[in-house]
Write a protein that binds this ligand. Structure first.
Ligand SMILES: *[C@@H]1O[C@H](CO)[C@@H](O)[C@H](O)[C@H]1NC(C)=O
Ligand SMILES: *[C@@H]1O[C@H](CO)[C@@H](O)[C@H](O)[C@H]1NC(C)=O
Ligand SMILES: *[C@@H]1O[C@H](CO)[C@@H](O)[C@H](O)[C@H]1NC(C)=O
Ligand SMILES: *[C@@H]1O[C@H](CO)[C@@H](O)[C@H](O)[C@H]1NC(C)=O
Ligand SMILES: *[C@@H]1O[C@H](CO)[C@@H](O)[C@H](O)[C@H]1NC(C)=O
Ligand SMILES: *[C@@H]1O[C@H](CO)[C@@H](O)[C@H](O)[C@H]1NC(C)=O
Ligand SMILES: *[C@@H]1O[C@H](CO)[C@@H](O)[C@H](O)[C@H]1NC(C)=O
Length: 425
């Protein structure tokens, strides 16, 4: 039983059952939680802010996250803020605090190097589903004349807050800056947020709300793949790399892409999805750079893989013929993360190895495939070890919030396995 014959001819059916088996029998992840209360406690000037995080329970929202930037309001500014004197509900305060949690690790150097047209960063508030459109993101800008860094809601007519100093940094995981005022999301009704239910997971809506992803949204809808990515109970444990409209506009092979038959288009869309939830921090520290995609699962091990590496302060994604980078977190709520990417990820299995216009059939490309395969022999003999695709940095599994989330993930994976078996057979 221990020695399991693995070959490149391993059938997708067996593969998905094996994967399912592994997932269902995986040991609970080791949790090394982020304790934001403890991180803030050495700073007496942040005691009120720290208390608010605790009483609103936003601190526990953060305990299983990595890769974030906290904008903390020191006591002297907090006590003079009218926010706390407003007869608002606890949920409203919690949402305002969530707006101060940026879902990306930013160093001081990242802040002073923000491009002239600003840098958009998603906040924890965006993930509640209570933010209108993309107003749960903040725009970080730097004034070139006096070098001050400001953060405001994406609605440019909204008020802004100024970054004062860096108080704490744990590289690539957490940084804490002080700011001189609370930042209230624009269009935010302090009285209203409590009773608004959070919306279900609707990938098309998220993309349309993001404004910059209209081509991807319409391709997803037209191909019917959107439904495949969604799950009625909040999503199927996926990481989706969505090309911006600009990425599609820049595509030399756009006509070729558009003239592909529907099933090939669907394969290309699946090629943009990893079948696991990875927040940005986990992608940045990924140990096994060659990751299978949903397209791999329909076709076979070692093909349709993405090579993901940390590069130049961002995450680079290499398909073998296209190099893209992550430009923005569009959505991040376990078990679904969506990142904007700068280029359309063209699989070399369809678009060939050299000129993008060449008609690669795929079979000729196998020699050029990365050595990494879906289940490599050294990883697979024991049924107790997780499959190679799940080898991940220690931090990755910490992002799976609770056993309940894991069970949801298992159910979703089981569903997907069934769907793919169905497609293959
Ligand atoms: C976080 O740290 C604080 C103070 O150091 C402590 O009181 C609290 O119990 C810790 N929380 C968790 C969940 O460990
Ligand atoms: C961010 O702010 C800059 C400077 O005010 C502005 O040029 C840019 O359009 C803003 N970006 C967004 C998405 O609002
Ligand atoms: C931007 O903010 C202004 C003033 O708060 C508001 O009137 C306007 O509707 C907002 N725009 C959007 C797109 O929410
Ligand atoms: C998802 O959102 C889009 C755009 O708002 C909408 O057209 C579609 O009906 C929604 N789908 C579901 C299942 O709610
Ligand atoms: C690295 O990032 C900076 C700013 O984000 C950019 O200006 C530069 O061109 C990038 N370098 C490379 C080699 O991509
Ligand atoms: C993945 O990309 C990195 C950086 O571009 C490169 O060094 C590495 O060789 C690539 N690995 C594979 C298997 O393609
Ligand atoms: C950052 O997180 C990773 C995994 O999440 C952990 O291994 C590492 O020790 C953390 N680094 C710091 C400085 O806390």
């Amino acid at each position: 039983m221990a020695a399991f014959p693995i070959s490149p001819h391993f059938t997708p059916l067996l593969l998905s059952h094996l994967l399912l088996f592994h997932l269902l029998h995986a040991h609970p992840p080791l949790i090394s939680a982020l304790n934001i209360t403890a991180l803030l406690s050495p700073f007496p000037d942040l005691s009120d802010f720290n208390n608010l995080l605790t009483t609103s329970s936003v601190s526990s929202d953060l305990s299983l996250r990595s890769s974030l930037t906290l904008l903390a309001v020191p006591n002297r500014f907090l006590r003079s803020s009218d926010l706390l004197h407003h007869p608002s509900t606890t949920t409203s305060i919690a949402d305002v605090l969530r707006f101060h949690v940026l879902l990306q690790y930013l160093s001081w150097s990242d802040l002073i190097h923000v491009p002239p047209n600003g840098k958009l960063v998603t906040t924890l508030f965006q993930t509640t589903g209570r933010a209108t459109a993309d107003l749960g993101s903040v725009n970080i800008t730097r004034n070139p004349s006096d070098s001050t860094v400001s953060v405001r809601s994406t609605n440019s007519s909204s008020t802004s807050t100024t970054v004062l100093s860096l108080v704490k940094t744990l590289p690539y995981n957490v940084s804490i800056f002080t700011v001189n005022s609370f930042l209230v999301p624009s269009d935010f009704d302090l009285m209203a947020s409590e009773n608004q239910p959070s919306v279900g997971f609707n990938i098309t809506k998220i993309l349309i709300d993001g404004h910059n992803f209209n081509v991807a949204a319409s391709m997803l809808t037209a191909s019917g793949v959107a439904k495949e990515f969604e799950d009625d109970e909040g999503g199927a444990g996926i990481t989706f790399f969505v090309p911006t409209d600009m990425a599609f506009a820049d595509l030399p092979t756009m006509e070729r892409l558009q003239s592909l038959p529907a099933d090939k288009k669907a394969v290309i869309l699946r090629f943009h999805v990893l079948h696991s939830y990875y927040p940005l921090g986990s992608l940045e520290s990924i140990l096994n750079p060659v990751q299978p995609t949903l397209a791999t699962e329909g076709i076979g091990a070692g093909r349709y893989t993405l090579n993901i590496t940390r590069f130049n302060g961002s995450v680079a994604i290499d398909t073998g013929i296209v190099q893209a980078s992550i430009t923005q977190t569009v959505f991040d709520q376990n078990p679904v993360s969506i990142f904007a990417v700068s280029r359309v990820l063209l699989p070399r299995e369809i678009f060939g190895n050299k000129a993008m216009g060449s008609t690669g059939s795929g079979s000729g490309m196998l020699g050029a495939s990365p050595p990494e395969v879906f289940l490599s022999p050294q990883d697979s003999p024991s049924l107790d070890s997780p499959p190679a695709r799940l080898s991940s940095p220690p931090g990755f599994r910490e992002d799976i919030r609770s056993n309940a989330a894991i069970i949801e993930l298992h159910k979703a994976v089981a569903l997907l396995c069934i769907v793919f078996n169905y497609l293959v057979w």
